[in-house]
Design a protein around this ligand. Structure first.
Ligand SMILES: Nc1nc2c(c(=O)[nH]1)N[C@H]1C(S)=C(S)[C@@H](COP(=O)(O)OP(=O)(O)OC[C@H]3O[C@@H](n4cnc5c(=O)[nH]c(N)nc54)[C@H](O)[C@@H]3O)O[C@H]1N2
Ligand SMILES: Nc1nc2c(c(=O)[nH]1)N[C@H]1C(S)=C(S)[C@@H](COP(=O)(O)OP(=O)(O)OC[C@H]3O[C@@H](n4cnc5c(=O)[nH]c(N)nc54)[C@H](O)[C@@H]3O)O[C@H]1N2
Ligand code: SF4
Ligand SMILES: [Mo]
Length: 743
């Protein structure tokens, strides 16, 4: 492993590293930090091409085809017909083959005859597994009510069971980490400001300038999104990256704002106040579409360049330079809304700030701005919606988090589990989520799991969460099942207005006793007395019915090489009834600031550094840790430490360290040190998802450090109830000696 690349070389390679054709043509990946996607040697002339695949090594869901030899998948490629990812897939997409045939994969239904957290597995039949799930969940429902069941879903296959438990069984206690620990805040803050969740819908290919907060594209890899970003750069867009760390994007930027962590809202307010005070904003746009602008103007007038400079620890001149660059290129600016935005517990306000800045620059519906492409309509088929009222809705009972994403904030569920108040939660369904490594404060999560009467976990791999299941069920992977309708528009939605519809169809037959989610959910539903409410008999039927709503079918899609393409619509123009609520009275009535406001975060205590985390282009959270190709590409997550600090501490590249946080929690595993000028002195950084503890993951177990173990301090975002996860402080430990991080 070449972690000892020079900084320059690392910066050249890290950014795009992971992509294959045609991305590789844009930026050539060097060897080193990230290897080129592995292609098995030999000829594929004798293989058959299976179309209709949709990748789910991550949730961007690129369109793929498989090369199949004698029923065995030997290679994955982008679907050449795709007008989204095209022929390009990333290193993780490429390595899907290794997930499919991972010998550690779950194969049969299992019953835990040991303890939760320290399991002993006994193979059982599906009949027995389903009987047990049905009767145990029914018992919880009968004793504690439907709300006694909690559900932790993620991924395409988890939607159907999620709807079953929400709509038919009738529990509100559903929590998606992909909302509450990810992008939920972004969506509700934009809805409260411009009336719509933003997706990642910025027209980067046509942008003249782009602004990223955090957003580390190149390490965060979503193929078509990356294509848009690179096209923008290729077309000469200016790039402003705000990040305490020299990220892959920062390495390509014109301005890198090395911001003090947690202070981004102050930065945005300073930029906006400068634009307003100097009349450098889009006056006409604001007059036509703005609401509450006077309150906004007054509310941010304290945010001078000097004020921002002091709080953010960046030069006032740089904040001004950013504002000037945005103004000079407006309205053709992509103010990126971000994706993982649950950072500090003050995040709703920052996301509101981003939406307001977009409006201030008039960057809506224009080339380069915030543009929502108009995709085709396909009707989803699932369980019929029931009306179960809000009686046991924890969020409503607590009368807080009024801008919560759909579902129930994880923390409210976990608290109810641990305290039994306002009511007990005793059943748990975990479907494609890994709360142990996904939700901060592992100790609380483990307490919540241990007090359950019954825990069922549906997964493909034995990850850390599966150790807490009573019944563990093996699901078909995304390469072996029908389920997801992928629809959208041409990747850059600018040149040719085209739309596409595709559906996930299996590339190979499932092996062992793996089943799909419609089958599993229906069997549980029958045993809980809801057999008459089952909407579809099979996953294939579900997909076919959904396609029928768009005049298509699985058979038709197969004739069209897996993707139906049709003429699209011009995405530009400001949507009808569009409004920017610079000041939002409702927010204020609910007890939060109605004008975007900076709420300070806890300062780093002496001797500590703030623990930051992010993505690696070759891994998806923890879910890819056992994948041998990806493991080999990045077998651990070196901790980034500032070079001057390292020198004072006598730390060198490659030294082995563990970590301890300010609450005394120690990492169980160790990692190496990466010494770099590319990070502030007040922070250290690791890639999220490492440090697995499940010995059944024979490749990934024990590699690197688990950030989540050290994230013990919660910072709940008041508006949304989502978790801020960057308020934890750590020291490094070398050879048993705890090192005081210099200020
Ligand atoms: N390869 C790969 N790609 C992925 C994923 C994956 O697992 N693997 N996951 C996908 C998912 S679900 C998501 S949500 C996205 C997440 O990816 P992003 O949405 O890009 O996540 P961020 O948290 O914005 O970005 C992490 C960056 O934020 C910086 N940062 C830390 N603190 C601060 C701060 O206070 N201010 C600022 N301005 N920056 C800060 C870190 O240094 C790091 O560079 O990635 C997606 N893409
Ligand atoms: N500390 C920290 N915490 C974070 C983040 C972070 O960066 N740092 N990132 C946050 C973000 S942005 C997100 S989106 C969340 C994601 O958090 P999760 O939703 O928990 O992450 P996943 O990796 O999608 O899901 C994990 C489980 O799904 C299983 N799985 C994979 N494929 C399938 C399948 O086809 N079927 C089934 N049934 N199971 C499957 C995996 O084996 C694994 O056990 O984590 C959040 N939490
Ligand atoms: S970005 Fe990579 S891992 Fe994610 S869906 Fe596309 S090919 Fe798969
Ligand atoms: Mo996410």
């Amino acid at each position: 492993m070449a972690y000892n690349l020079t900084r320059r070389k690392f910066l050249q390679t890290a950014s795009l590293a992971a992509a294959t054709v045609p991305l590789a043509k844009v930026v050539t990946a060097d060897t080193g930090f990230v290897r080129k996607p592995f292609t098995p040697p030999g000829s594929f002339a004798d293989t058959k091409t299976a179309t209709g695949g949709i990748c789910e090594m991550c949730f961007w869901r690129c369109q793929i085809v498989g090369k199949v030899r004698e029923g065995r998948l030997v290679k994955l490629e982008g679907n050449p017909k795709s007008i989204d990812n095209g022929e390009a897939i990333c290193a993780r997409g490429n390595a899907g083959v290794k997930l499919l045939y991972d010998p550690d994969r779950l194969k049969y239904p299992m019953k835990n005859v040991g303890e939760r957290g320290n399991p002993k597995w006994k193979r059982i039949s599906w009949q027995e597994a389903m009987d047990e799930c049905g009767s145990k969940l029914k018992a919880v429902q009968d004793t504690y009510g439907a709300h006694g069941i909690s559900v932790f879903p993620h991924g395409a296959s988890a939607k159907y069971p999620m709807h079953y438990f929400e709509r038919i069984v009738g529990t509100h206690n559903v929590s998606e980490a992909s909302f509450f620990q990810c992008r939920g805040i972004r969506d509700t803050a934009y809805v409260a400001t411009i009336g719509t969740p933003p997706g990642e819908n910025v027209d980067m290919p046509s942008a003249k300038a782009m602004l990223f907060l955090g957003t580390h594209l190149g390490e965060n890899v979503h193929v078509s999104h990356l294509k848009r970003y690179l096209k923008g750069l290729e077309n000469g867009a200016k790039l402003i990256v705000v990040d305490p760390r020299y990220s892959a994007s920062a390495a390509k930027s014109d301005i890198w704002v090395k911001i003090k962590p947690g202070t981004d809202t102050a930065f945005l307010l300073s930029v906006m106040n400068y634009l307003v005070a100097n009349k450098k904003y889009d006056v006409e746009f604001v007059e036509e579409y703005g609401s509450g602008f006077d309150e906004f103007k007054k509310g941010i007038s304290h945010a001078t360049l000097d004020w921002g400079s002091k709080i953010c620890d960046v030069p006032a001149a740089q904040i001004k330079e950013v504002a000037e660059m945005l103004a000079a290129n407006a309205p053709h600016v992509s103010i990126h809304p971000g994706r993982h935005v649950s950072w500090y517990g003050n995040d709703f306000q920052r996301q509101r700030g981003l939406a307001c800045l977009t409006g201030l620059l008039g960057a809506v519906g224009v080339k380069g701005g915030f543009v929502k492409p108009k995709g085709p309509k396909v009707k989803g088929i699932s369980w019929a919606k029931g009306d179960h009222g809000g009686e046991h809705n924890l969020r409503e009972m607590a009368d807080k988090h009024h801008y919560s994403p759909p579902g129930t904030p994880t923390d409210l569920i976990r608290e109810a589990c641990v305290t039994g108040k306002p009511y007990p939660i005793k059943g748990c369904v975990i479907w494609g989520q890994n709360p142990i490594q996904t939700i901060p404060n592992q100790e609380m999560t483990i307490k919540a799991l241990k007090q359950m009467d019954f825990v069922v976990c549906v997964d493909v791999m034995p990850t850390d969460i599966t150790m807490y299941a009573d019944i563990l069920l093996p699901e078909c992977s995304y390469l072996e099942r029908y389920d997801y309708i992928k629809k959208g528009t041409q990747w850059n939605f600018a040149d040719t207005h085209q739309q596409y519809i595709s559906a996930r169809t299996p590339l190979v037959e499932p092996l062992f006793e793996r089943k799909d989610s419609v089958w599993i959910t229906n069997e549980i539903a029958k045993r809980m007395g809801y057999g008459d409410k089952i909407p579809v008999a099979s996953q294939e039927e579900k997909v076919d019915k959904e396609l029928a709503s768009a005049g298509l079918s699985i058979a038709q899609l197969q004739k069209e090489d897996g993707i139906h393409i049709q003429p699209g619509k011009d995405p530009y123009g400001v949507p009808e009834d569009f409004e920017v609520l610079f000041y939002n009275e409702d927010i204020e009535d609910n007890g939060y600031p109605g004008v975007p406001t900076y709420i300070p975060v806890e300062e780093v205590p002496k001797g500590y550094a703030r623990l930051l985390y992010g993505r690696s282009p070759v891994h998806t959270f923890n879910r890819s840790q056992n994948n041998v190709w990806l493991f080999n590409a990045m077998p651990e997550n070196p901790v980034w430490i500032n070079d001057e600090s390292a020198q004072k501490l006598g730390l060198k590249d490659g030294d082995r360290v563990t970590m301890v946080n300010s609450e005394g929690v120690k990492s169980i595993t160790s990692t190496s040190v990466k010494v770099t000028p590319g990070i502030r002195k007040d922070s250290v950084y690791i890639v999220h998802g490492y440090g697995s503890m499940n010995p059944a993951m024979t490749v990934g177990v024990g590699a690197g450090i688990d950030d989540q173990r050290l994230i013990t301090k919660l910072a709940v975002d008041p508006e949304t109830g989502a978790h801020g996860m960057r308020n934890n402080f750590v020291k490094l430990v070398k050879d048993g000696k705890v090192l005081e991080i210099p200020a």
